[in-house]
Design a protein around this ligand. Structure first.
Ligand code: BGC
Length: 845
């Protein structure tokens, strides 16, 4: 695999001046640089002209929590969607756009991309990862880092390393052998370090018994010495746990603040002689270097400014006190294009693309057709412009066609939040009112009041001015006017002390609950507390959720409400499908399933969605299923419907991109970055629950994803790399420029392609390598390179790819290094891991 050279952003930094600044700092000042000061800012230092650096999540847009309510930023497709594009230039462009918006908002570094892998299909954060394959994740991850940093904003690849699932994520001990680490899980981080990521985030979990933030082997030896990486290793939020072990291993920055183990604690450890001053200097120097890189160091002689590449100046930084909207028509067009490039057409009996002229009536049904999951839950969730739903997109694209809609069933793990469509705030506007109070009781005049659109609030560091994080209370209120009479379920979710009232009646009371000692876990607790209420149509009720905080912690306060479910919802959807020319069924997950902090229990689609698809397919032969999920889900009905399109979590332009692809305005450009198994038990790693010793053993070793299916001879439902287009692209020839590959050499591949169809289309050339004569067990084939190619009808092209000696190597544990064995290797070039079109041999002496 060879990465594109996009080194234009490299900016000269006056390193001598940095050293001079460092010499002028006391131990306490230097230690101050190693800690956050609040939820999102790393420490500043006025004596050296360092402004506090603002960090924000990532990775599918900039998260708005510290921004004024009402602000929004562009929401791009999720990680697996970017993975499905197999397009480095596109990923670079997306990251540059996010970097551009971050820079406008005054953000110095972004917390992403996620370079962990889709190990189990149950991993809650699979949607943030690019792929199950290390090389695909590495190449796209490196392009993301370079795109973001081309705007002068640091990328922070995370979570280093083996944070591939969420169950007990702060304590789980992932047992991964060295060869597997080297050949699989470290590969994307190595690529990110090689392209010069300015920061990396350490994972919460342990690897082979040691917390990642304190891991001398992974951090000190590999990341810092072997890879000679010069960036800042920051902790995950509240993930730094040891002053001395962390400092010696190589953790540079504790986040968030105020510090628990670094800052003054690190200064004291240095003064006591437990940590050498040289170790502290190295950390402080790295932080200063990062500050210089992102333009936060204003001292004369070091300021390099933010390197501007390609894009014109961004204009003044936005006023942090006023709401802003960073997305614009250019961003929407990009997101729409990328989403279409990520949609994977898994099957198609010829029904797609649809010819609008031949359609009179379309049924757009399923839970995600009008309430799509455009982005996942947790840290990645951003305040974005409202997503275009599939229903909206299809209505706009098919003006003369009758469109009927039925949601059919509900899917949430939690009761759905109330939205502006359901409730009114205390002033009668659609939405809810949030009132903040000083102290632990929601009494007296509110200190501040906000208006919000949804009853799910996450806040941390974004409190109104003048409120202390550890001494405030808050009330979220809305008037609900029931549209039908019946039994309504109402519940509250949150971390810490909370309660819920419905028209003054207590529905849940946890007012004395402790704040929770494990913040990252408490935030994602799957507990909801509430009661059922008989409500009358048209008679409004006041719903109030309250929370009080005596601890410095992130908070969640959410009200969920389920209205009486009518029994005939699913039947109505089936009838709508029967009466339509085409049935488009949008199934999937929501943010409670595709989320940080919680793994799924099964790959089955939640709710009655499988039943819905089967029943719709039975009454309408032109049933198109769109799967709106960020992770691999089971598709048991796949060969009984006309077409299946995997749409991931596609960002704010979902509906428009979907209409483009279904109607053939755009090519479905995606190829699977994961394997979709025929049976849950076929996956090499399924359970994400640690054993009684707290260990999660990576038993499959290097045979992750398709490598396992190939090695075990298991037929997946859809293999890694699979995806159909609307045209036919032939692989005509393969030439290899070298017969062998001596150490340090590379081989050039030339692949000739021709579009023999009548439409423009895309192909992803995938290069796999098989070691035919290995003395150690190796996967039957491993992806080593790829290229996305667009061709006009009749057009042909030559694609050049490079294989490097390392692409043939395996990690030799005994020797502690990479080893290439002599013998025969096969180069397999194709359109998926199982659709190999061309082969060549390489003989190594
Ligand atoms: C997540 C990180 C995130 C951080 C800050 C943590 O819980 O694991 O990915 O960047 O919070 O929001």
């Amino acid at each position: 695999m060879k990465q594109a050279d996009r080194s234009a952003h490299a900016t000269p930094i006056n390193l001598e001046r940095l050293d001079e600044l460092l010499r002028g700092l006391s131990i306490e000042e230097k230690a101050g640089l190693t800690a956050g000061i609040d939820a999102w800012h790393a420490c500043g230092a006025t004596s050296v002209g360092l402004e506090p650096m603002l960090t924000l999540d990532g990775p599918n847009g900039i998260r708005g929590v510290t921004f004024p309510v009402g602000s929004s930023a562009t929401c791009t497709p999720c990680g697996t969607a970017l993975g499905a594009t197999w397009d480095t230039d596109l990923v670079h462009e997306v990251a540059a756009r996010i970097g551009f918006e971050a820079k406008r908002a005054g953000v110095h570094y972004m917390l992403g991309p996620v370079l962990n892998l889709v190990r189990s299909p149950l991993g809650g954060r699979d949607f943030e990862s690019f792929a199950e394959d290390p090389v695909l994740a590495a190449v796209l991850g490196a392009a993301y880092v370079e795109g973001m940093q081309s705007e002068g904003v640091a990328a922070t690849p995370k979570h280093y390393v083996a944070n591939d699932s969420e169950t007990h994520r702060t304590s789980v001990d992932c047992r991964v052998d060295e060869r597997t680490l080297r050949e699989v899980y470290l590969v994307p981080f190595e690529a990110a370090a090689n392209v010069g990521a300015w920061s990396i985030m350490a994972a919460y979990n342990r690897v082979n018994g040691i917390h990642c933030a304190d891991h001398d082997h992974l951090v000190g030896e590999i990341l810092k010495r072997e890879w000679a990486w010069d960036g800042v290793l920051m902790s995950d939020w509240h993930g730094a746990d040891e002053t001395v072990a962390g400092a010696v291993a190589g953790l540079d920055l504790e986040m968030p603040g105020p510090p628990h183990v670094y800052g003054p604690h690190l200064a004291a450890a240095v003064r006591r002689g437990e940590v050498s001053e040289a170790v502290l200097d190295d950390k402080a120097r790295r932080v200063l270097l990062l500050a210089a890189r992102v333009g936060a160091l204003t001292q004369e002689g070091t300021r390099v400014g933010r390197p501007a590449v390609g894009r014109p100046a961004v204009g003044p930084r936005l006023d942090p006190a006023k709401p802003w909207h960073l997305s614009d028509a250019e961003a929407s067009a990009l997101v729409r294009r990328v989403a279409a490039e990520s949609f994977v057409l898994l099957t198609n009996d010829g029904t797609l693309p649809l010819a609008p002229a031949a359609i009179r009536k379309v049924a757009v049904i399923g839970p995600n057709s009008a309430r799509p999951c455009s982005q996942g839950g947790g840290a990645a969730h951003i305040a974005a412009p409202p997503a275009v739903t599939p229903l909206d997109g299809l209505r706009a694209a098919l003006p003369g066609v009758e469109i009927v809609h039925e949601p059919a069933c509900q899917i949430g793990l939690f009761l759905p939040p109330l939205t502006a469509a359901d409730v009114r705030d205390l002033d009668g506007r659609p939405g809810l009112t949030v009132q903040f109070f000083r102290g632990q009781e929601t009494a007296g005049e509110p200190h501040a009041a906000w208006h919000i659109d949804s009853s799910e609030m996450h806040f941390f560091g974004d409190l109104p001015k003048g409120l202390a994080q550890d001494d405030f209370s808050v009330r979220l209120s809305g008037w609900l006017t029931p549209s039908v009479s019946g039994s309504y379920e109402l519940a509250i979710r949150g971390a810490g002390a909370r309660r819920l009232r419905v028209d003054g009646t207590v529905a849940a009371n946890l007012w004395d609950a402790p704040p929770g000692d494990n913040i990252p876990t408490a935030l994602f607790e799957s507990r909801q507390d509430g009661a059922k209420f008989d409500l009358q149509a048209g008679k409004r009720v006041l719903i109030e959720a309250e929370l009080h905080s005596a601890a410095y912690a992130p908070h969640l306060l959410a009200i969920g409400c389920r209205s009486p479910e009518s029994n005939d919802q699913l039947e109505r959807a089936v009838e709508a499908a029967r009466a339509a020319d085409v049935a488009i069924v949008v199934v999937g997950t929501d943010e409670s399933w595709d989320t940080e902090g919680r793994d799924r229990k099964t790959v089955t689609l939640p709710g009655r969605q499988d039943e819905l698809v089967e029943r719709v397919a039975a009454v309408n032969p032109r049933t198109i299923v769109v799967v709106n999920a960020g992770c691999p889900m089971d598709l048991p009905w796949a060969d009984r419907v006309a077409a299946v399109l995997y749409a991931w979590l596609p960002g704010q332009e979902f509906g428009n991109a979907l209409a483009d692809v279904l109607l053939g305005k755009s090519e479905p450009g995606g190829r699977l970055p994961v394997t979709i198994a025929a049976r849950e038990s076929d996956y090499p790693a399924l359970s994400t629950t640690p054993d009684e010793q707290g260990q999660l053993v990576y038993v499959e070793g290097i045979n992750l994803g398709y490598r396992h299916f190939d090695a075990a001879g298991i037929e997946p439902r859809f293999c890694f790399g699979h995806g159909l287009g609307y045209t036919r692209i032939e692989f005509e020839s393969l030439e290899v420029s070298a017969d062998g590959l001596a150490s340090g050499d590379s081989a050039q591949l030339k692949v000739r392609l021709r579009n023999t169809g009548t439409r423009a289309g895309k192909e992803v050339v995938q290069v796999y390598v098989a070691d035919l004569e290995s003395s150690v067990a190796r996967p039957p084939r491993e992806l080593k390179g790829f290229a996305a190619v667009h061709l006009a009808p009749g057009e042909s092209t030559e694609v050049f790819l490079t294989l490097e000696d390392r692409d043939l190597a395996y990690w030799d544990d005994a020797a502690g290094g990479w080893r290439i064995e002599p013998g025969r290797f096969e180069i397999l070039v194709g359109a998926s891991s199982r659709d190999i079109r061309l082969r060549a041999s390489l003989e190594l002496e």
